[in-house]
Design a protein around this ligand. Structure first.
Ligand code: PLP
Length: 458
């Protein structure tokens, strides 16, 4: 299996190089040259497999340059850290299925991808005799999942910047109580934007980037999307009957729902993908009206979806534009110039054949947490509630709607308490954080200081 760029300006590369490249060197995103087609018989066989075996079957179709035994070991190691023996179990509540993706080490779905990515990085760095210094900024969730993915791994250091005292206390503790030598937390006296600016500037410092082999773990890495494709097949296989389904996906960067789109293209019988957004609804406008024009980011109770520019959308656009990289380049040049992309009527119609969409505001989100809890006794986190509300609004009555549960409610206790009046019970691993030793460097929002800190600890 070879990989190409959505912008069409790189030579085809193998899976291993695609993982190490991250963002394509022509500024595009990496995609497989062709998507493997899964026939009905294979689908039926996959429906019965335990998670890790299924993951091996799916991933080995794409990672053809890693020996099968090695790949199997990498997958086993990645999902051994999940607390639930099913890895991503499915439960049925109030007429909808809930795919619980939050049983990993940091209680959010990003673990599914980042546990595998961490192990892949370690494996590939060892093979190449290289080292990597991962540098990233986080407003909360991604940072802890990235740290959990690479803690204690050989030849990797990770430096994560978060805004000092501006994440939730649990989110900060999830990062700073990881004491492995290769983990470095920096609390920046400033905002998330300050953190992100510093990281961007350091990546643009090409000499520094090269000398210190800076690496990123953002959601544009193909391996992250690939790891997520697995649970769409898994969830479908857990239903009582293997018929066509609707998936409802709370969406920010379009990574998770794009994995569902890949599963659909592989042959999984997905009737529609329901793209649910919070008040940051650029993607809902895109699906509903073909309107993709950038707005301002607003803060919501589902902060991991507070995004305007959905970086993974480019992957979908490549297919929407009939795999024509010239049209992708044109569209992104247009976006840069005018802040929007214009779509033809035929293109909008195609989008609507594949996606449903719904935007859910804060009040609806909190109402949904409360009413769902009252009717079923089940507690939704605010991100999951956006998807569940979307399902109840625009896929009502469909017998097989699967809602992706992207975080454990205890991670977003304030919003849950606002909805139901009491804070959610903490799982023991989260409750234990408060008493643990922590380590964190508090620093001015100063690029040079962060740079020296990286140099001193790399
Ligand atoms: C990252 C995240 C999302 C959004 O996923 P995308 O792949 O960015 O669309 C939704 N919910 C939670 C809890 C997340 O952490």
């Amino acid at each position: 299996m070879k990989y190409i760029s959505t912008r069409g300006k790189i030579e085809p590369i193998g899976f291993k190089d695609a993982v190490m490249m991250g963002l394509a060197t022509d500024g595009g995103l990496i995609l497989p040259e062709s998507i493997p087609q899964i026939g009905r018989e294979t689908l039926a066989a996959w429906a019965k497999l335990p998670y890790r075996e299924l993951a091996f079957n799916v991933i080995s179709l794409f990672a053809t340059d890693i020996p099968k035994e090695d790949l199997k070991a990498l997958i086993d190691r990645s999902y051994a850290t999940f607390e639930h023996q099913e890895t991503t179990p499915v439960v049925k509540k109030d007429g909808v299925y809930i795919l619980e993706l939050f049983h990993g080490p940091t209680f959010a779905f990003k673990d599914v991808a980042l546990q595998l990515l961490g192990n892949l990085f370690e494996y590939l760095l060892k093979e190449r005799g290289e080292k990597m210094n991962i540098l990233g900024a986080t407003s909360g969730d991604t940072g802890s999942a990235a740290i959990a993915g690479v803690r204690g791994k050989d030849n990797i250091n990770i430096f994560i910047l978060h805004p000092h005292l501006k994440t939730s206390p649990i989110q900060a503790l999830q990062m700073t109580t990881v004491l492995d030598d290769n983990v470095h937390n920096v609390a920046v006296k400033g905002t998330f934007d300050d953190c992100q600016d510093i990281v961007k500037q350091l990546f643009n410092d090409l000499e520094f980037k090269k000398e210190y082999s800076l690496g990123a773990v953002n959601s544009i890495n193909w391996a992250r999307v690939l790891a997520q494709v697995v649970y769409y097949f898994y969830a479908w296989g857990r239903l009582p009957e293997q018929e066509s389904v609707v998936f409802s996906v709370p969406t920010g960067n379009f990574g998770d729902i794009f994995a569902g789109y890949v599963a659909k293209r592989m042959g999984l019988p997905v009737e529609k993908l329901l793209l649910a957004t919070n008040e940051n609804n650029i993607l809902t406008r895109f699906v509903a009206k073909g309107d993709y024009s950038l707005g301002e980011v607003v803060q919501t109770v589902s902060p991991s979806m507070d995004i305007q520019l959905a970086s993974n959308l480019e992957r979908y656009l490549y297919y929407l534009f009939n795999e024509n990289p010239a049209r992708v380049r044109e569209a992104f040049a247009e976006l840069q110039k005018s802040g929007k992309i214009v779509f033809s009527e035929a293109e909008v119609k195609r989008v609507q054949e594949e996606f449903l969409t719904c935007s859910v505001d804060e009040q609806m989100t909190l109402e949904t947490i409360a009413s769902f809890n009252k009717e079923t006794g089940y507690l939704l986190d605010p991100h999951t509630a956006v998807g569940v509300r979307g399902a109840l609004e625009c896929a009502k009555g469909h017998p097989r709607v699967i809602c992706l549960a992207t975080a454990h409610p205890a991670k977003f206790g304030d919003a849950v308490e606002k909805a139901i009046g009491t804070p959610p019970p903490l799982p023991p691993a989260l409750a234990a954080l408060a008493g643990k030793e922590s380590r964190c460097e508090i620093m001015e929002a100063d690029r040079e200081k962060v740079k020296r800190f990286v140099q001193g600890n790399a």
